[in-house]
Design a protein around this ligand. Structure first.
Ligand code: PRX
Length: 574
């Protein structure tokens, strides 16, 4: 199945937090991790306290918690600063009646205010809902409506995308900007923060109380709200230790946006639970700026994604030579398959192994990874995190032997597994349909050394640049365009982005195919839903393949695209 099986890259750095993988795996107990937190005794917890205030109480308040830069700002905040600011924000929320269990959404670009809002929200016991800044009207509305959000933090530029009149539960909108016209449910962030006390009571919650609600895509239906609880911090802390290998004094940079789960579990929680300096860079991707970020901040631990590494690879070696990247100690990747070629390139140009990690929004934290102390087989996702049992199983729950492809499954439970799909119990139960297992929806196989190898998705979910896109959401938007009769959307393989979104469209009577029309339709999705969900390629067809019940057969579209046999067509319309 893989010609790469023989290729192994030995550990470059012998000293890591975990030491021998086999020993760590064998001796691991979740209780040993839990006991590191004082709440293990009381049962009452708050993520924001553990991530920020705990370090101040331990005399480490002067350390830099957040090192922020974007093209217009360069700021650093100590743990003490963050404590005061998040308390102030908690007080602002309390003033507007926001309490435990309420859903508070954050919809803004990566700025210090975003991080303050997330942690301040947690301090009052409310549940955070992060929204990616590229979301447009429909995407924003679907998520706020489904969750019954009562408050939203946003910016003047993004505010017009929020259709307040259609969102009856949304009482308060906190706007982070220079001249905010407050009143009528609009609150001026800056003014309120200035007036708020930097001292606040933390709302102590139970470990099973809500932490964060991340909307993500499946192959059918609207995006679903994946609900995580404070107990997830055990997984965040543990993987921060054995996977991120965080040590005192580390400067850590996770390139993901908090609109996605990597940007919260590993862009907020894990690094701050470990008290390290968290680098956040706003603005657009640029190889020179990225290397500059590493050089300037002396980044030691770097967590990014295959698309980014492929783009850096495409930018060539000359740009790398202009920067001093010698601070780097540990490099990781997540979100899509990490090509062996990229791992080899990483060895050559950074002299570092890029450690692939596998997990999902639903899993809340990393599950299958490569570790600093373990040999890497390029192309493999690695081995289960200590405390996690992974297997390849068939539809009956039978474990399959090495090299047999099947469902990648995880033994339930583990600390950070999702606790709910908001408003959708049947969807939630689908993941646990085989007793004792969580079914990921990914297919994979395991080799004889226990390394897992990703093969694909079981469903039609598209992974473009590590961003997960539901074809249904895109199709629904497409058919709202006056020219579109029917639409079917697939992921088309792409050398840089992994997959791109391709739409097959049949037009309504009276419309003629043209390049202008394609551009107009793509723009319609971009402006109505979001840029990353807009099809990069459109093909017009007279008719789309459908089942007799009228469902568009994406699998046939995919076969057309890839010039493959279309498989079983017994359910096709005519
Ligand atoms: O298909 C797998 C792919 O991304 C999916 C999860 O997407 P999301 O919930 O957006 O979370 C992404 C970041 C945690 C998975 O079902 N995926 C994630 N990591 C990898 C991967 N595919 C291959 N290799 C990986 N390391």
């Amino acid at each position: 199945m893989s010609q790469l099986q023989g290729e192994v890259i030995s550990p470059g750095v012998p000293s890591s937090n975990m030491g021998s993988y086999e020993e760590a795996y064998k001796n691991f107990q979740w209780e040993d991790v839990e006991k590191q937190f004082s709440w293990y005794v009381t049962g009452k917890v708050n993520m924001a306290y553990e991530a920020i205030d705990r370090h101040v109480d331990a005399g480490k308040g002067a350390r830099v918690a957040l090192q922020f830069s974007d093209p217009s700002r360069e700021e650093s905040y100590t743990y003490e600063d963050m404590q005061g600011l998040t308390n102030q924000f908690a007080n602002v929320l309390r003033k507007y009646g926001i309490t435990k269990g309420d859903r508070v959404f954050v919809f803004m670009p990566r700025t210090p205010e975003l991080y303050v809002s997330v942690l301040g929200t947690l301090k009052v016991g409310a549940v955070v809902g992060p929204l990616f800044e590229a979301f447009m009207e429909t995407a924003v509305k679907d998520r706020l409506e489904d969750s019954g959000a009562v408050a939203l933090v946003t910016t003047p530029a993004l505010l017009p995308r929020v259709k307040r009149e259609e969102l009856p539960t949304l009482r308060t909108i906190i706007v982070v900007g220079d001249e905010v016209a407050a009143g009528d449910g609009i609150v001026d962030y800056k003014k309120e923060m200035e007036a708020a006390s930097p001292e606040a009571e933390i709302e102590w919650v139970n470990r099973e109380d809500g932490l964060i609600l991340h909307y993500t895509s499946g192959s059918t239906g609207k995006p679903k709200g994946v609900y995580h609880v404070h107990n997830a911090m055990i997984q965040h802390y543990h993987t921060g230790n054995v996977v991120l290998d965080l040590k005192e004094g580390d400067v850590y940079w996770c390139t993901a946006d908090p609109g996605w789960v990597t940007g919260t579990s590993y862009g907020i929680f894990a690094p701050w639970l470990h008290g390290v300096t968290n680098v956040v860079r706003g603005g657009r991707f640029s190889p020179a700026d990225w290397y500059e970020t590493i050089q300037k901040n002396k980044v030691t631990v770097w967590y990014s994604a295959p698309t980014a590494f492929r783009m850096l690879m495409g930018a060539g070696q000359d740009v790398i030579k202009q920067y001093d990247l010698s601070s780097l100690r540990h490099v990781m990747s997540v979100g899509e398959p990490l090509n062996p070629e990229v791992v080899r390139w990483g060895m050559k140009v950074y002299n570092h192994r890029i450690h692939d990690t596998w997990w999902m929004t639903e899993t809340g934290g990393q599950l299958i990874c490569n570790y600093p102390s373990m040999p890497i087989k390029p192309g493999s996702m690695g081995k289960p995190v200590p405390g996690i049992e992974a297997a390849i199983i068939d539809e009956n729950g039978k474990e399959l032997p090495p090299y047999r492809m099947g469902n990648l499954a995880i033994r339930t439970p583990w600390p950070s597994v999702m606790r709910l799909i908001w408003n959708n119990a049947p969807k939630y139960e689908e993941y646990f349909r085989i007793p004792g297992w969580y079914i990921s929806g990914d297919t994979a196989y395991m080799d004889e050394d226990g390394y897992f190898w990703f093969q694909g998705r079981i469903d039609d979910v598209i992974n473009s640049s590590g961003e997960r896109i539901g074809p249904f959401e895109v199709e629904s938007k497409l058919v709202e365009h006056p020219a579109v009769a029917e639409a079917g959307v697939i992921g088309k393989p792409d050398p840089v982005r992994g997959e791109i979104i391709k739409a097959f469209i049949s037009l309504r009577e009276g419309f003629t195919p043209s390049e202008e029309l394609k551009a107009e339709i793509a723009k319609f999705v971009k402006e109505g839903l979001s840029a990353h969900a807009a099809p990069r390629e459109i093909e017009f067809k007279d008719k789309l393949p459908k089942t007799r019940s009228g469902k568009i057969m994406r699998r046939v579209l995919k076969a057309w695209e890839l010039n493959l046999p279309a498989g079983d067509l017994s359910t096709i319309e005519d």
